[in-house]
Design a protein around this ligand. Structure first.
Ligand code: FES
Length: 107
């Protein structure tokens, strides 16, 4: 599990919901990462909408997407890319779930 950081238990993230993790990045300082749980997967994205910085963790999770709570921009949870006709992209982080524990690669 080199370079992977255990962040929480899978059960700590509500299904079709999210949880926010604060991380101290060496370049950017403290940043918020949103962990999203769909019906069968977990995704991690920077908790900042590329439109005007809305808190993505407060958005609605549907399929493999989240809709920003402020103006409805729809993002692909796997790629962090906005779904056309919207544009923009948010940083994503690799996720592993093993034995009920969620790990992120934060480097
Ligand atoms: S801030 Fe997210 S859609 Fe505007």
């Amino acid at each position: 599990m080199e370079n992977w950081t255990r962040v929480c238990a899978l059960e700590d993230i509500p299904r079709l919901g999210s949880r926010v993790l604060l991380h101290r990045d060496p370049d950017e300082g403290e940043i918020a990462i949103a962990l999203f749980r769909t019906q069968g997967e977990v995704f991690a994205l920077r908790n900042r909408c590329p439109h005007r910085g809305g808190p993505l963790a407060d958005g609605i999770v549907h399929d493999r997407h989240v809709s920003c709570p402020l103006h409805g921009l729809k993002l692909n949870l796997a790629s962090g890319e906005a779904v056309a006709p919207d544009t923009g992209c948010v940083r994503t982080y690799p996720v592993r779930v093993e034995q009920g524990l969620v790990h992120l690669r934060l480097g």
